[in-house]
Design a protein around this ligand. Structure first.
Ligand SMILES: Nc1nc2c(c(=O)[nH]1)N[C@H]1C(S)=C(S)[C@@H](COP(=O)(O)OP(=O)(O)OC[C@H]3O[C@@H](n4cnc5c(=O)[nH]c(N)nc54)[C@H](O)[C@@H]3O)O[C@H]1N2
Ligand SMILES: Nc1nc2c(c(=O)[nH]1)N[C@H]1C(S)=C(S)[C@@H](COP(=O)(O)OP(=O)(O)OC[C@H]3O[C@@H](n4cnc5c(=O)[nH]c(N)nc54)[C@H](O)[C@@H]3O)O[C@H]1N2
Ligand code: SF4
Ligand SMILES: [Mo]
Length: 779
């Protein structure tokens, strides 16, 4: 029976028992997250190093090479800051990490450069590809100006790509990683309040006693192997884990409690928790008094927001054994465990237009109980100081040729998305239509699975933005529809074929900063090249030789490391990682809160009054600057008779976004995890409750059509009780049209989203969409 099928038919009582058993078994083998212990595999003739980049978290890799210099096995590195639970613990790789072997040699990869000639992409050699690209970019700048170009970059781009296009070429329109479709509402609100956008994610696991996993699934969507392992270790140690999620996720299965809230009602739960904590006098008065602003507004917002009220709003009242008492109990336990109590949240509270206030209500709880950067609470990580390679390596100062140019990424009329400078890729097709934007360069990113897919890709009646643009240049590894529609495709080498480097604070060492890096383990395959080399050569060809003095990425990394008096060679000698400075707790005492604020803001009134007035007007309701309950459907979609189900999307452990869908191993593992491995289908799944399925004559394994007011897509149904009735989840997202899945199987659920469907505060693309599901589909 598959893991996910375990959810079907369980009562809450038996569910808790399973959870406890699961945690013990998992921790014992450290194999809970689909990882593989390095001890179990044999060694080949030579070992090289790597850093896994599939979900961009850099778990250290030992790469076994055969006599021909080919990689034959991958193993984790013990004690690695991202791949292990800390000192003296096993280093492992998850299924995505292990599938890097397949990626390196995958015949699905783009094997050589291509240039569009007479309407068709034709293979060319590198010299031609680079000089053709440089000429086209020059002609584009002469004709339209660099401000008519838009630049998308993903994780693997080492900064030089943006530097080339912004600082040198002068293009001001950057769509960076990761927030625009990641967890915007939470990131922006958390930052404005003073917690810091990311800090709502990071629990001080080794010291915690209580974790609210709130709209997150860290046992499948971890930030490196360390995180899942440390969460399970905390539970093993006796910390209580409570998961708040409409889906019965892997984390929910291993939690002490699962609160299957109705989507978008988290704000009510958070307010009710605060109501209890304040009424019971369990909040941190000292912290609230000395380090916060707007507590009176917060108190007013929670007045009357009782657990009984929230049990109705969240739908928890409909569940046997769950309801107001559970909410009261969790609020009290959380506050009593604080400061050794934390919340971990990521995209679940950031993926809908209605979530901005929910994010505020949830973040407010951290200051209320005073757990910010205290042992066992929300951890504020620190990063090591590195040198700026452009300062070390270049004789001339880097200009900023984009500084005075018009940036088209802000909404001119309302200014909403400009509030934080966050770009909105949903608006790009519109900008292409009106002529503001006429070209795109992209690197390790696929904008069409990130939002407004229909408008990017077009329909039978209408050309999409990709075709309308005069010039599209991509540095890519697989043939997505975006790559197929580009004018120039430059093939990048995979991570095993290039030098890697990263540094950080968050990871297995909760009090130390660290760096990790490795040289290339194997030669570039086919005619591919490491991205750094592609960008450098293009930069030189475009006339910016003085800013690309490095012979290779290794030299560039060594310039970054010069501040620490280390080299990449030194890192390899240390099993790829070095631990650096210790950082303490309560860092807000010294340097203030995020955004340079000297206190935490419960109320965002200081700067944002005008903004909220506009937002209220647009939403046709009163939106305040303080914490507040906002009903689902106020800003985002309302469920209707025609579209009565709420779609959301959830990641799975086999995939990192859409970056590995061309590989067969993860596709097979995904099918197997739903018990659908016998089917001739390798797409994503629509997880639907048996009540909703039987009402529509849908059975486990049937093809279904999912439709919204804006668009539709086809995928296979996975019928399970592991989701709330009324909600359907696309797992994982971003398959189908536009993706790199070789047969196009599955649904790109961004086809269901309208370009207007964004959070007006953060610019986050709304993924909570009102849909109907019907049996049938031709995929
Ligand atoms: N519907 C929906 N959309 C989402 C999300 C969601 O939950 N639901 N999540 C959002 C979030 S949180 C994020 S962070 C973004 C991530 O979005 P993206 O950054 O776009 O992520 P990926 O899908 O990993 O990468 C996209 C492309 O990278 C290319 N690629 C793969 N390997 C390589 C390589 O080695 N080199 C190069 N040059 N290219 C490579 C592939 O062609 C792939 O199409 O997606 C967002 N989009
Ligand atoms: N395997 C894997 N790991 C990854 C990634 C990946 O693509 N694959 N991507 C990395 C990146 S860039 C990111 S941003 C993180 C994201 O990490 P997570 O945020 O943990 O991502 P998901 O697993 O999609 O979990 C979001 C959860 O929110 C739930 N949810 C949806 N709507 C609501 C709601 O209204 N209320 C509540 N309470 N819950 C809701 C969903 O059911 C889902 O379980 O993962 C990182 N790690
Ligand atoms: S968690 Fe998995 S995919 Fe992410 S870096 Fe580590 S091994 Fe790679
Ligand atoms: Mo993300």
């Amino acid at each position: 029976m598959s893991e996910r099928d375990d959810g079907s038919g369980l009562t809450r009582r038996s569910l808790l028992k399973t959870a406890a058993a699961g945690a013990v078994a998992a921790t014992a083998g450290c194999g809970s997250v689909g990882s593989q212990s390095s001890a179990s595999l044999t060694r080949g003739s030579e070992t090289a190093y790597g850093n896994c980049w599939q979900c961009h978290k850099l778990c250290g890799m030992e790469v076994t090479l055969n006599e021909e210099g080919e990689a034959t096995e991958l193993h984790g590195i013990d004690g690695h800051p991202r791949g292990s639970a800390g000192e003296g613990t096993d280093g492992t790789l998850c299924p995505k990490g292990l599938s890097q072997l397949e990626k390196a040699y995958s015949p699905q990869r783009i094997k050589r450069p291509y240039v569009r000639k007479d309407g068709e992409l034709k293979p060319v050699d590198w010299d031609e590809a680079i000089s053709y690209t440089a000429d086209r970019l020059q002609a584009f700048a002469d004709e339209h100006g660099p401000e008519s170009l838009i630049e998308f970059h993903g994780w693997g781009t080492a900064g030089v790509f943006s530097t080339l296009f912004r600082n040198l070429y002068g293009c001001p329109n950057h769509v960076p990683h990761p927030t625009p479709t990641c967890f915007g509402s939470m990131a922006v609100t958390g930052t404005l309040m003073g917690l810091g956008g990311g800090n709502i994610r990071w629990v001080d696991y080794p010291n915690t006693e209580y974790v609210l996993v709130w709209g997150r699934d860290p046992l499948e969507s971890f930030a490196g192997q360390w995180e899942a392992k440390q969460l399970l270790e905390a539970r093993e140690r006796g910390a209580k884990i409570v998961t708040i999620d409409p889906v019965y996720t892997e984390t929910a299965k291993k939690s002490d409690e699962w609160l299957p809230v109705e989507p978008r009602t988290d704000g009510a739960l958070a307010l009710a928790m605060a109501n209890v904590i304040i009424e019971e006098g369990l909040y941190d008065e000292e912290f609230v008094e000395n380090y916060t602003h707007g507590f009176e507004t917060y108190k007013e917002a929670v007045a009357g927001k009782t657990p009984e009220w929230a049990a109705e709003k969240t739908g928890l009242a409909d569940h046997d054994g769950l309801g107001a008492e559970t909410i009261r109990e969790i609020a009290i336990e959380f506050a009593e465990a604080a400061p050794a109590a934390a919340i971990t949240s990521w995209t679940g509270l950031g993926q809908s237009a209605d979530h901005q206030k929910a994010a505020q209500n949830v973040v407010a709880l951290t200051a209320l109980v005073g757990n910010i950067d205290r042992p066992g609470g929300q951890r504020w990580f620190a990063s090591p100081a590195l040198s700026d390679p452009f300062e070390v390596g270049c004789e001339e100062e880097l200009p900023n040729n984009a500084a005075d140019r018009q940036c088209y990424l802000t909404d001119k009329e309302t200014g909403y998305a400009s509030m934080t400078g966050k770009p909105v890729q949903n608006r790009v097709p519109e900008m292409v239509d009106n002529g503001d934007v006429q070209g795109m360069v992209y690197y390790y990113r696929n904008p069409v699975t990130d939002g407004a897919a229909q408008e990017w890709l077009g329909t039978d009646e209408r050309e999409g933005a990709l075709e309308q643009m005069e010039l599209v240049v991509g540095i890519d590894a697989f043939w997505s529809e975006t790559a197929r529609k580009a004018d120039v495709v430059l093939p990048e080498s995979s991570q095993l074929e290039k030098a890697m480097f990263g540094s950080g604070g968050y990871g297995a060492y909760n009090e130390r900063t660290w760096i990790t890096g490795s040289k290339a383990a194997i030669e570039p395959q086919w005619e591919t090249r490491p991205g750094f080399e592609i960008v450098s050569e293009l930069g030189r060809e475009m006339g910016y030789e003085e800013f690309f003095p490095w012979e290779s990425k290794e030299d560039y990394i060594n310039d970054q490391l010069s501040e620490l008096d280390l080299t990449l060679e030194d890192l390899e000698a240390e099993d790829t990682y070095v631990l650096l400075d210790e950082f303490g707790y309560e860092k807000w005492k010294g340097g203030g809160f995020a955004q340079g604020a000297d206190e935490f803001w419960f109320d965002l009134d200081k700067k944002l009054e005008g903004m909220y007035a506009k937002l209220s007007e647009r939403a046709g309701t009163e939106i305040t600057t303080g914490p507040q309950w906002v009903e689902p459907g106020t800003i985002g979609d309302e469920l209707t008779e025609d579209y009565p189900l709420e779609m959301l999307d959830t990641r799975t452990v086999e995939f990192s976004h859409g970056g590995d869908q061309a590989l067969s191993l993860p596709l097979e593992q995904l099918a197997e995890s739903y018990g659908l491995e016998h089917e001739d289908y390798r797409g994503n799944y629509l997880v639907i409750h048996p009540d909703d399925a039987s009402e529509r004559d849908i059975e486990h394994g049937d093809m279904v059509t999912i439709a919204s007011e804006h668009g539709e897509a086809e995928l296979m149904a996975a019928v399970t009780e592991g989701i709330r009735p009324g909600a359907v989840s696309v797992e994982p997202y971003g398959f189908g049209r536009g993706s790199i899945q070789p047969d196009g199987d599955g649904a790109n659920n961004m086809l269901l989203n309208s370009p207007e469907q964004i959070d007006p505060v953060s610019g986050e693309i709304d993924r909570h969409i009102a849909v109907e599901v019907s049996p049938g589909g031709d995929a």
